[in-house]
Design a protein around this ligand. Structure first.
Ligand SMILES: Nc1ncnc2c1ncn2[C@@H]1O[C@H](COP(=O)(O)OP(=O)(O)O)[C@@H](O)[C@H]1O
Ligand SMILES: [Mg+2]
Length: 631
């Protein structure tokens, strides 16, 4: 090898070395950086700059590219982060929405449940029905209770099929009006339920949409009880008004009748009387008797009749009264008795029991113009709370039931509620007063009992009177007419009465029986007289209700301050209770109802005087004598 060759080779060697140093090394560097970038995904790495030659430019370009990639990567990273953030947010929002929706659904379900519960448990009977087909979709419990149906009996059936409205035409009318106006307010209806249930009601309705169908939500307020109470109140008010009027009239009438009856009696008993005049007096007496019976009826139903209750054996009373009753019903009517001998005594005014019986018998007679049968029955009944609840008039306890049954024309159902009204009569003018049953009702009611009627047109009627059983004591014989001669006396009697005619006749009677009479026209007047006369007075006969503010009772109390044993006879057209004498009667006080017969007054006066004498040890200021005869 020549030197030249060697030199060339050395030159080449150095040249190659330079090339390697200047080109290959930066490229290998570049490759290493590229590998590392790929491996680490670290775009912030840079290759080392390698001057301005091609390799340097290559490195430069590579670094530029890395810069761009890095920027892009940062952008991408940011976009990914934002996206992730958004997905997260959206997911959260969705979760919230779902929870909210669930809550809403839950609330809705709860609210529906609550509404259903309100609907079901509402005390107002409510029904949801089709507006057009009238088919029932839903009803609540109070509806079922009021109408008496089971739910399955009504759902799917029409209002007409079930006959819920007494007036079927009204159902369509309700629908039509509701369709026009959207609702209905306060319509009066008569509802009908299962098994004869019925009553009055007020209807409210609202048109609503129910599962795309127009429906009617109907509410019915049951006003049956209220209507009944209103009717009863009106009836009570009517009775009260008529009773007041009747009592007023009867009171005055009694005063007048006392005068007529007493004068007729005195006339009748005049010795050696012309038979024609005697007949006249008899007629007057009879007419007065009839008028007195009428005022008794008036007072009976106004409950202001003088009542003198005793313990009464009802069977005995009926037997004693049988002859009288037969006369009342005439011989066309056969009277039959069906008396249970076991019935306990009742506590009643025997005259009033007779009055009840007479009125019922008279009606029975009138109901059987061609004759028939009258059955009078007695029975003890014991009624429990349950029975009393279901019978409007009935009470709980032991009662003696007195039934009066006839085979007459009967009473039409629509008249039944009215027959006890005062002045209600189906009889022609002059035949019926319409006071009979009103009096019966008044009497029985004031005895703590009641009356029930059952009747079928063409078959007859049964009136059942329930008298409360007397709980203690023995039955006394029903009042007996005292036929013994009434004795008079010579005692001095203070007579206090504001009505001049009554005072006149009372004086007349008392004088006729031998008594001395000092008169006073009022309670006040009597009090004025008293200090001067009291040592002479053996008994006081006084009216109870007097105009100047001192009643008979007050007078009696006042006079007894100076004379504690003084017997006082109260005379009144009102009952003892109304006359202010109530049950706790004063000792030595008696009560006489107007109109009274002369003999009744005379007998009572004598009885009281004798009684006073017996208790005072016979130091009275007069003595009895066999004076005039009352009749
Ligand atoms: N036993 C009966 N049978 C048929 N109807 C009766 C009977 N009792 C009462 N009535 C009816 O009740 C009405 C009222 O009776 P009441 O008060 O006694 O008055 P009056 O007898 O004066 O008509 C009678 O007019 C009659 O229509
Ligand atoms: Mg009658």
């Amino acid at each position: 090898m020549s030197i030249v060759t060697i030199m060339v080779l050395v030159g080449v060697y150095f040249l190659v070395k330079k090339v390697i140093r200047q080109v290959t090394t930066p490229i290998l560097d570049l490759a290493a950086v590229a590998r590392q970038v790929t491996h680490d995904k670290n775009y912030s790495l840079r290759a080392q700059s390698a001057g301005k030659d091609e390799t340097g430019q290559l490195v430069e370009a590579f670094n530029h590219m890395l810069e761009a990639v890095q920027a892009r990567d940062a952008e991408l990273e940011e976009a990914r982060a934002t996206l992730e953030q958004r997905v997260l947010q959206r997911t959260e929002a969705l979760e919230r929405e779902i929870a909210e929706r669930r809550q809403i659904e839950e609330d809705l379900r709860r609210s529906e449940q609550r509404f259903a519960q309100i609907f079901r448990s509402s005390p107002v009977p409510t029904v949801l029905r089709g507006l057009n087909d009238h088919k029932i979709i839903e009803v609540n419990d109070s509806f079922l209770r009021l109408f008496g149906f089971q739910r399955e009996e009504v759902i799917g059936r029409t209002v007409e099929e079930l006959g819920l409205n007494a007036d079927a035409a009204k159902v369509k009318e309700v629908s039509d009006t509701a369709r026009r106006k959207g609702n209905l307010r306060d319509i009066e209806i008569q509802w009908r339920g299962k098994g004869g249930r019925s009553g009055m009601g007020r209807l409210f309705a609202e048109v609503i949409e129910w599962i795309k169908e127009p429906c009617l939500l109907v509410m019915i307020y049951d006003t049956t009880r209220q209507a009944k109470m209103e009717r009863q109140l009106r009836q009570a008010q009517k009775m009260e008004a008529v009773g007041q009027l009747a009592a007023g009239v009867a009171h005055d009438f009694n005063n007048i009748l006392t005068v007529i009856q007493a004068n007729a009696s005195l006339g009748q008993s005049e010795p050696g009387l012309d038979p024609m005049l005697k007949d006249c007096f008899d007629q007057i007496s009879l007419a007065a008797e009839r008028a007195a019976a009428l005022t008794r009826q008036l007072l009976a139903f106004s409950r202001k009749q003088a009542m003198q209750p005793t313990v009464v054996d009802l069977n005995q009373l009926l037997v004693d009264y049988a002859a009288m009753l037969r006369r009342v019903v005439t011989e066309r009517v056969k009277v039959e008795y069906n008396l249970n001998p076991e019935v306990p005594p009742i506590y009643a005014d025997p005259t009033m029991v007779e009055q009840v019986l007479t009125n019922l018998a008279l009606n029975a007679r009138d109901a059987m113009p061609n004759g028939g049968q009258l059955i009078i029955a007695t029975e003890e009944v014991e009624l429990d709370h349950e029975f009393a609840q279901h019978h409007p008039r009935a009470k709980e306890g032991r009662f003696v039931r007195m039934q009066v049954t006839d085979t007459g024309v009967g009473i039409a159902p629509e008249l039944l509620p009215r027959i006890f009204d005062p002045f209600f009569t189906t009889k022609e003018v002059g035949k019926g007063s319409g006071l009979g049953l009103a009096a019966v009702h008044g009497i029985v009611d004031s005895h703590g009992g009641w009356v029930e009627v059952e009747s079928e047109v063409g078959r007859g009627a049964t009136f059942s009177v329930f008298w409360p059983v007397h709980t203690s004591g023995q039955p006394q014989p029903a009042r007996q007419g005292d036929t013994s001669v009434i004795r008079g006396g010579n005692e001095t009697i203070l007579l206090v009465e504001d009505e001049p005619a009554v005072r006149g006749i009372a004086r007349h009677i008392l004088k006729k029986y031998g008594y001395s009479v000092i008169e006073a026209i009022s309670g006040k007047a009597a009090l004025k007289l008293w200090p001067a006369i009291y040592p002479h007075i053996s008994l006081v006969v006084t009216d109870v209700v007097m105009p100047d503010g001192v009643s008979g009772r007050q007078l009696a109390e006042e006079l007894r301050r100076t004379k504690p044993e003084l017997p006082v006879l109260m005379v009144s057209g009102y009952s003892p209770e109304l006359a202010g004498m109530n049950s706790q009667q004063m000792d030595g006080c008696q009560f006489l109802a107007k109109p009274f017969k002369p003999a009744e007054l005379a007998r009572l006066v004598r009885e009281m005087l004798d009684q006073a004498k017996a208790t005072n040890g016979g130091n009275g200021n007069g003595q009895s004598s066999n004076g005039g005869n009352g009749q």
